[in-house]
Design a protein around this ligand. Structure first.
Ligand SMILES: [Zn+2]
Length: 153
């Protein structure tokens, strides 16, 4: 149910696993083993030990859910490294020599872009495209602090 949020978190660079297994216990066990925060819409899922960290998501839209996570101190601006992960795989992308991307991306992209990145798992090639500049704007909006007002003269 939180697939869109998972993708947005990866876009922001967060190590995010979308749990496809069954049962609350196996979810909690995985989170304990890998030191993860559980994001859920369920009201049934409750912490069993003090180390269990479960955050219930109330909002419906992914952008509001991200704000929810900022308010709950689950994500912070200073730890976020946008565009560092493969969206389907959650793997960290590696920068590749520019030549390596030739033939693997559309020609106009190759001539337009200076830097290319590859997912070590699915081998998909990424670049800073228009989609990403859109995301960048979105991120700036999300994390922007309210402007100071009423400055004393
Ligand atoms: Zn991948």
């Amino acid at each position: 149910m939180l697939g869109k949020l998972a993708k947005e978190l990866r876009m922001l660079g967060y190590d995010t696993v979308y749990f496809r297994g069954e049962g609350a216990y196996s979810l909690i066990k995985l989170a304990r083993e890998e030191g993860r925060v559980i994001l859920t819409r369920s009201t049934q899922l409750t912490p069993k030990r003090h180390e269990d960290c479960i955050v219930r998501i109330v909002e419906d839209r992914a952008s509001s859910q991200l704000r929810e996570l900022i308010r709950a101190n689950v994500i912070r601006l200073d730890e976020e490294v946008p565009f560092s992960r493969c969206l389907p795989c959650n793997m960290l992308l590696h920068k590749i020599p520019r030549d390596e991307a030739e033939g693997e991306v559309p020609d106009f992209i190759f001539y337009q872009q200076k830097e290319f990145f590859r997912c070590p798992l699915c081998l998909r090639v990424y670049w800073q495209g228009s989609h990403q500049s859109h995301m960048k704007k979105r991120i700036e909006e999300l994390f922007s602090k309210p402007a100071a007002s009423g400055f004393p003269r």
